[in-house]
Design a protein around this ligand. Structure first.
Ligand code: HEC
Ligand code: HEC
Length: 512
């Protein structure tokens, strides 16, 4: 072993020495190629340029933070937005599939979070990051069921109407509010597995759920554990809403769900983290990226025909997504969305459009801060960037490897690895995935798929991974920077029901 190791090391050192000049040439060349790409693809150094971004210091975003962190918006008051979207977990939950209501320890987020009466996670899709949510202009959710009807660039859906699950496909929801993020914030509270639970407003409409929650915060139904946590004599939520919105004689007019969503969205939209090494490079700093990252960037932005990996055909632009939907035969496991013979499949965009071409198609994710937003894919099937990138290069091989008979596939998914009999609990995982794969193969054959099989060497894959790591804004890994988006534990805000998250070692969550 030792001798092989030393030989390998000597080999690397030799290559390092003899390759010195080559490397310099290659790096000059990569810079020239990348500068051409940057100009040809109109890439800029600020993905948030020209947008109306609320400051986290604004009163509305501060109210939104209290609402985002309060369990009072959970039907049974045990789940909050932050349960699945914590800033110190990359704006997600670090799990493949989330656990919302019914957690054994509601304040424990990330690995180790378990459900009190289900051995497997109860939410069917991976929780996307809320970071840079203000940069989406077309659709939210993996299947785009919150959708801007105008899709005007730079507007976050603030013009032209928004379709939501409360309105028919293609029609505006009159209650959606004034951007995609406001519209989205109306829905988690209506989801049984995420926040609502099964008993709260059982059988009643989304409107009934929202009205009940706003009345709860307003103190019109006596359900808050400590309505006056600061002992000022006034309901804490009333004080907070009055600091942002005009005081009303009737507290029921002051605290409405429309305003709850509006304030939550201001908090989320303040989470803009785009100051990446890549952005510095685009701005002109040749030293902002390593040689390996430059090689990764070249592969990323170059088509297969020109010797690249063709990633930017879908993950293009400053936000690294075209906001469109593709079937890349992502591994399918979990509860599913009620599709397929046994209801455990997930047809993705097809669920909304009912067009066969959209079956198994999911929205192209942004790749900004992707190093901290794993696990990856709409089921969180891949714990590593290398895994999910290799899946793209040859989905058929990746699916074969994932379901290889020599190992139990659950062992490769951190969250499921300790669940005994996990494979048996998801008996259709492989057949559902293979259905997506066979559709992909047909589409590839008939030239309908934009996902092409690509042969890359191990070092080219490593370069792509390394480039992904250059898309991280340093703020998102810095506890003191992130602290602005995490309410002070001692403040005991959020109506005395602030979820102060801890990890599995009972340590407060403060940074990624
Ligand atoms: C139990 C976990 C859970 C909770 C609690 C939760 N979410 Fe989510 N969130 C998810 C999942 C899963 C998705 C993706 C669902 C889908 O695409 O079908 C999602 C999607 C989103 C999105 C869209 C992201 C994108 O890129 O399109 C936003 C924004 C969001 N949630 C905000 C919130 C807010 C605000 C709350 C509280 C009102 C909340 N979430 C509560 C799990 C959760
Ligand atoms: C045909 C369009 C397309 C191309 C080309 C493409 N991707 Fe993707 N990518 C997607 C879609 C769609 C998903 C999500 C699929 C799902 O969850 O079902 C995804 C997911 C990802 C993820 C996981 C992100 C997350 O948050 O879960 C990474 C990383 C990624 N792609 C990187 C790449 C790289 C690197 C390349 C080039 C080798 C590439 N992609 C090429 C469409 C594409």
């Amino acid at each position: 072993m030792k001798s092989i190791f030393t030989m390998g090391l000597a080999g690397i050192m030799l290559t390092g020495l003899t390759g010195c000049n080559d490397d310099n040439n290659k790096s000059d060349n990569n810079d020239a190629v990348l500068r051409d790409i940057i100009s040809a693809q109109n890439l800029t150094a600020d993905a948030s340029a020209g947008r109306d971004i609320p400051s986290i210091k604004s009163a509305k975003a501060q109210l939104g933070m209290q609402l985002f962190f309060t369990t009072a918006l959970g039907g049974d008051q045990d789940s909050a937005c932050v349960s699945c979207h914590h800033p110190a977990l990359g704006g997600g939950d670090d799990l493949s599939l989330p656990i919302g209501v019914g957690a054994d320890a509601p304040e424990l987020l990330g690995p180790g979070r378990t459900h009190s009466d289900s051995v497997v996670p109860t939410v069917p899709r991976n929780a996307p990051t809320t970071f840079n949510i203000a940069l989406w202009d077309q659709v939210l959710f993996h299947d785009g069921r919150v959708e801007s009807l105008s899709k005007i660039p730079g507007k976050n859906g603030s013009a032209g109407g928004i379709r939501t699950p409360d309105s028919p496909f293609g029609s505006a929801d009159a209650q959606a509010g004034n951007n995609l993020v406001v519209a989205q914030a109306r829905f988690p509270v209506t989801s049984a597995a995420e926040m609502r639970g099964t008993a709260f407003e059982s059988g009643n409409s989304n409107t009934a759920v929202r009205d009940h929650l706003s009345q709860r915060l307003a103190g019109l139904v006596a359900e808050l554990s400590t309505p006056d946590a600061d002992s000022s004599g006034t309901n804490d939520w009333q004080e907070q809403f009055e600091a942002v919105y005009k005081a009303e004689a009737d507290v029921g007019n002051l605290i409405t769900y429309a305003r709850i969503a509006d304030a939550i969205a201001a908090y989320e939209n303040s989470q803009v983290f785009v100051a990446t090494p890549w952005a510095d490079y685009v701005a002109g700093d040749d030293d902002a990226l390593t040689q390996t990252q430059k090689e990764g960037a070249r592969l990323f932005f170059t088509t297969q025909a020109d010797g690249g990996a063709g990633c930017s055909s879908c993950h293009g632009g400053d936000f690294f997504t075209d906001e469109k939907f593709y079937n890349i035969a992502m591994i399918q496991f979990g509860e599913g969305k009620g599709d397929g013979a046994d209801g455990d499949d997930d047809f993705g965009r097809y669920r909304e459009t009912k067009e066969l071409a959209d079956q198994y198609a999911f929205r192209t994710p942004t790749l900004l801060n992707v190093a901290v937003t794993g696990p990856y894919g709409h089921t969180g099937a891949y714990d590593t960037l290398e895994g999910v990138i290799r899946h793209h290069l040859n989905a058929s091989d990746a699916v074969d490897d994932f379901f290889a008979t020599s190992v139990t596939w659950c062992q490769s998914v951190a969250q499921l690895s300790s669940v005994s009999d996990c494979d048996a609990l998801y008996p259709n995982a492989e057949s559902n995935t293979r259905a997506a794969l066979s559709k992909l193969a047909d589409d590839q054959e008939s030239g309908l798929s934009e996902l092409l099989d690509t042969d890359l060497s191990d070092s080219e894959v490593a370069a792509l991974v390394s480039f992904m790591q250059a898309l991280t804004d340093p703020c998102v890994t810095d506890a003191s920077c992130l602290a602005q988006w995490i309410p002070d534990e001692s403040a005991g805000g959020a109506g005395g029901q602030q979820l102060n998250a801890v990890d599995e070692n009972s340590q407060p969550l403060t940074s990624n």
